[in-house]
Ligand binder design. Structure first.
Ligand SMILES: [Mg+2]
Length: 232
């Protein structure tokens, strides 16, 4: 659906799987986790249990790698009926630590898009997850110079966005969000009257999956990030 970008003054970018690769490392860690526990359960069952554990713990730990590590340990204890070895637990911790120290891989087109949009719009980063981890990734990405403001939110619901826009004195009419998650980066914005562009990434965490709503206006889906340059 075409949308009118005439009033846009501020553009918010999601970070994980919009500016840089993220979800792929979680998929890899889940694979490795299932391999470590293969003597206790089938891969499918391990995947399911880990996901359930993450969702159960989300309210306690929030999003991010550290919470994921704790959920892997708890799932390993449950799946093994507390029989999992200390060396396996230590390998699980290493899976998480390797994720945290992984080099940042900037996605294709990101630098080109930021170069073209800087100066023309006020650019900000709106991400959720672990504050320290996100700050570290931004620093390693060398993308900080493009952004006026970076906000790490505990969640990305309507209220989180509205509070932030109020705080930054941005009128919703002037705001456009760009991100890979329909659930977190697109629909909440459209629901509060802002605009959004959805740039799907090839893999989406189960928890972020929602059905494409019918007849909803205010956002568009593009195949790749650089496509936004046709409109902005
Ligand atoms: Mg994302």
């Amino acid at each position: 659906m075409e949308i009118n970008f005439d009033e846009i003054q501020v553009i918010g970018f999601d970070a994980d799987d919009t500016l840089w690769v993220n979800e792929t490392y979680f998929r890899d860690a889940e694979e490795a986790f299932a391999d470590l526990l293969e003597k206790y359960e089938t891969k499918n069952k391990i995947d399911q249990e880990l996901f359930k554990m993450e969702i159960k713990n989300l309210e306690l730990y929030g999003y991010g790698i550290k919470g994921f590590m704790l959920s892997m340990i708890e799932a390993a204890l449950e799946l093994s009926n507390n029989q999992v070895s200390q060396s396996t637990l230590s390998e699980i911790l290493n899976l998480g630590k390797n994720m945290i120290s992984h080099p940042v891989e900037i996605l294709e087109g990101v630098v080109e898009v930021l170069e073209r949009l800087k100066g023309k719009y006020r650019l900000i980063v709106l991400t959720k997850g672990d504050l320290l981890d996100q700050e570290r990734k931004l620093e390693r990405s060398n993308l900080s110079e493009y952004f006026h403001h970076v906000e790490v939110l505990s969640d990305k619901k309507e209220k989180n966005y509205q509070d932030l826009l109020d705080h930054l004195e941005i009128n919703v009419k002037n705001f456009l969000m760009i991100g890979n998650s329909l659930k977190s980066d697109v629909l909440p914005l459209v629901n509060i009257g802002a605009k959004a562009v959805h740039v799907p990434f090839h893999t989406t965490w189960q928890h972020e999956e929602v059905a494409e709503p019918e007849g909803k206006s205010g956002y568009m889906t593009v195949a790749k990030l650089t496509d936004v340059l046709n409109y902005l």
